[in-house]
Design a binder for this molecule. Structure first.
Ligand code: FES
Length: 162
C-alpha cells in the first residue's frame, strides 16, 4: 500500500467518525427537544381535577314502584318511594363511610363494616353510626324526570310528591 492509499483510508475513517458523531449529536438534540416539548405542554395544560357531577337524573318516577327501595350504585344513593312520595337517601354510612346495602328480607339498610342498621328511610336503628343517613334534595326536571342534588341535604320529612 502506498502512502496516498493509507492517507485516503485515514481520511475515510475520520469522515465516518465525524458523521457518526454528528448523528449522535443530532439524536441527542432531538431527544432533548422532545423532552422540552413534553414539559412545556404539561406546564401549559390546565391542572384541573375533573370530578363527577353531584347532580344526577334518576329517571322517570314510574320506574319506581310504591314502597320500593332502589340502589343507584353509580351515585351511591337509594331512591326510596313510599305512599308519601320520593326520598333520595345517601348509601354512605355515617360511621366511617362504608357503602351500606339494602336488605329487602329484613326491610333494613345494613352496613357491612360494623353492623349499623337503618330503616328504609335512613333512620338509624342500631350500631355505631352516629346519625341517620342523610336525605338529598330531590326534584322533578321540566321534562318529568327525578333530579337528585347530592350537594344539598334536606330534612327527612321533605318527600317529593309526584
Ligand atoms: S362504617 Fe358503617 S358501621 Fe362502621
Amino acid at each position: 500500500m502506498s502512502d496516498s492509499d493509507a492517507a485516503t483510508a485515514v481520511v475515510r475513517s475520520e469522515i465516518s467518525r465525524r458523521d457518526f458523531l454528528n448523528d449522535v449529536a443530532a439524536g441527542a438534540l432531538g431527544i432533548a427537544g422532545l423532552g422540552a416539548m413534553v414539559v412545556t405542554y404539561r406546564f401549559l395544560s390546565p391542572n384541573a381535577l375533573f370530578e363527577p357531577s353531584t347532580t344526577f337524573r334518576a329517571g322517570n318516577p314510574d320506574l319506581y314502584p310504591v314502597n320500593s327501595v332502589t340502589f343507584n350504585q353509580d351515585q351511591q344513593v337509594y331512591i326510596v318511594r313510599t305512599q308519601e312520595g320520593f326520598y333520595a337517601v345517601s348509601a354512605v354510612c355515617t360511621h366511617l363511610g362504608c357503602i351500606t346495602q339494602w336488605k329487602p328480607d329484613a326491610n333494613m339498610i345494613a352496613c357491612p363494616c360494623h353492623g349499623s342498621k337503618f330503616k328504609s328511610d335512613g333512620t338509624k336503628v342500631e350500631g355505631p353510626a352516629p346519625r341517620s343517613l342523610p336525605h338529598f334534595s330531590i326534584t322533578l326536571t321540566p321534562d318529568g324526570e327525578l333530579l337528585v342534588n347530592k350537594m344539598e341535604t334536606i330534612k327527612p320529612e321533605q318527600a317529593l310528591k309526584v
